[in-house]
Design a protein around this ligand. Structure first.
Ligand code: ADP
Ligand code: ADP
Ligand code: MG
Length: 483
């Protein structure tokens, strides 16, 4: 495996190839990704500063970092989204770089710019790349020009329902109304008729305005039951751009990913090459630097379409790490420090299969968040199992933030082996005091359709309303009898 033999020349004390990478990194995030970034910095010998709100005083990332600073009350506007406070914390602690993680300020051009203006390296792409891809209809326009396929639809955001109706009439119903500044699966509404479009327009507009401070919407042809397949990009500041293969993220609820895997069972070698080349072209078209992800939808006929580019590290990056042996977070840090990529595309090889289950704090019946204190915690382990979490015994899951508790990642030689390891790991996982979606994961991991790889972005919605099939009911009875 050539890729495993390569690594950035690095040594202790944040030195890489004799040059000091960063003196100190402030992590502008919380939870599992803050912990993940602390680990990557530690491996590179770089000291870290954690920021935290008063709701996160006892949080794991606060305990694990070398230094810590409280930046305000629980509400995100006053803490994790407070640009002036975060920048001054970085400066007063002597940090020379800031890692934004995902969510929060990671795709906020103003934050990246504020860091730069204060002489701090923003560990991510250039400000203009963030702004460009953050404007989703504009990103579509650029990709179309660069020859990357996009779905029919609008090329600029609008707040005029008649304009949206005219585009929908042109591309044909059904269409998806999407927030121009959207993210995290919010601000998306299907319209199957002109009347439905008129009635959901205001809802989507309102959702966009409250979540992203921008109510502009765009229209995209709605694909029935596509797969979500994305490519991990790594790019340095010396025009080297490569991809680290795909991730299949079709198991979603409310347009949010729940289970991801790599490789995708449906990509042929040829299609993988074509999609990978399109992803690299997409990144090249904007002169992208650092890690990022190009997201595509793939239809039943093998046609793929660009939907967006996430200009940050993604939640599901560990599955790529497991099959390539490349540390994606370290790659982002080193690229931000100006290091050259030590690999060419042909050096990247893939080994085995990896699956990730997002464990979230939620009530399995109502599917509403289940905040609280973890009383009794045991994380699974064993060959091929990795748990990335921001929690431990007595950790508090506050009401104010994302409900992600942990990501369980299983790696195996084959898909079957990875899935089997995942089942054993989830069985072993003990999280008391809060409710989680572990049982839902277990059900999906037993489902014949999932096991056959017959999934699409509406799979989970349909699975949740599907009556228990006879073979599954029989299997459940048999299991009960054995128990
Ligand atoms: P990924 O593409 O990495 O799977 P998601 O779209 O699931 O990322 O979002 C990652 C995290 O960031 C989630 O916790 C989500 O709630 C949050 N998030 C994504 N986009 C935004 C945004 N624009 N503003 C605030 N939070 C966001
Ligand atoms: P976000 O920024 O919220 O992540 P995306 O544009 O990436 O938004 O879309 C999120 C999800 O919504 C996709 O993974 C897919 O399930 C669904 N989706 C997006 N665009 C379309 C489309 N044109 N047709 C069908 N489903 C779509
Ligand atoms: Mg997306």
């Amino acid at each position: 495996m050539a890729s495993r033999c390569f690594s950035w020349s690095r040594s202790k004390n944040g030195q890489s190839g004799g040059i000091r990478v960063f003196k100190k990194v402030l992590i502008a995030n919380r939870g599992e990704i803050a912990v993940r970034i602390i680990r990557a910095c530690r491996a590179l010998g770089i000291p870290t500063v954690a920021i935290y709100s008063t709701a996160d005083r006892e949080a794991l990332h606060v305990r694990l970092a070398d230094e810590r600073v409280c930046i305000g009350p629980p509400r995100v506007r006053e803490s994790y989204l407070n640009i002036p406070v975060i920048v001054s914390a970085a400066l007063s602690f002597g940090a020379d770089a800031v890692h934004p993680g995902y969510g929060f300020l990671s795709e906020n051009g103003d934050f990246a710019e504020a860091c730069q203006r204060s002489g701090l390296t923003f560990i991510g792409p250039r400000v203009r790349n963030i702004r460009l891809m953050g404007d989703k209809p504009r990103a579509r326009r650029i990709m179309e020009k660069a020859g990357v396929p996009v779905l029919p639809g609008t090329s600029s955001g609008t707040t005029d329902v008649r304009e949206a109706q005219a585009v929908a009439a042109q591309v044909g119903f059904p269409v998806l109304l999407k927030a121009a500044a959207g993210g995290g699966g919010r601000g998306l509404r299907i319209a199957r008729t002109p009347e439905e479009l008129a009635s959901v327009f205001a809802i989507a507009e309102e959702e966009g305005a409250s979540a992203f401070g921008n109510g502009a919407l765009y229209v995209e042809k709605y694909l029935e039951n596509p797969r979500h397949i994305e490519f991990q990009i790594v790019a340095d500041q010396h025009r080297n751009i490569i991809h680290l293969g795909e991730r299949e993220c079709s198991i979603q609820r409310r347009y949010q990913k729940i289970i991801e895997e790599t490789p995708s069972v449906v990509l042929t070698k040829r299609l993988r090459e074509r999609m990978g080349a399109a992803a690299v072209n997409a990144a090249k078209a904007i002169g992208y630097t650092n890690v990022g992800t190009v997201e595509f939808l793939l239809d039943q006929h093998g046609h793929f379409y660009f939907i967006e580019m996430n200009t940050r590290v993604q939640v599901e990056h560990p599955i790529t790490e497991m099959v390539t042996g490349i540390d994606v977070v370290q790659a982002g840090i080193l690229a931000a420090a100006g290091e050259k990529l030590p690999w060419r595309q042909r050096d990247i090889t893939f080994s085995g299969h990896a699956v990730e289950c997002r464990v979230v704090a939620e009530d399995p019946n109502t599917m509403l968040p289940s905040p609280g204190t973890i009383r009794g915690y045991h994380a699974p382990g064993g060959l091929g199992i990795r748990v990335d979490s921001g929690v431990a015994e007595n950790s508090v899951i506050p009401v104010f933030y994302d409900s992600l508790v942990a990501k369980v990642v299983a790696h195996g030689k084959t898909r079957d082996e990875a899935i089997q390891r995942m089942r054993v790991a989830l069985d072993e996982y003990q999280i008391h005091g809060i409710k989680t979606n572990i049982a839902l994961h277990q059900k999906v991991l037993q489902d014949p359709e999932f096991l056959a790889g017959e999934v699409h972005t509406r799979y989970l919605d349909k699975f949740l309303v599907r009556p228990v099939t006879r073979p599954a009911a029989v299997a459940a009875k048999r299991l009960a009898a054995v128990a």
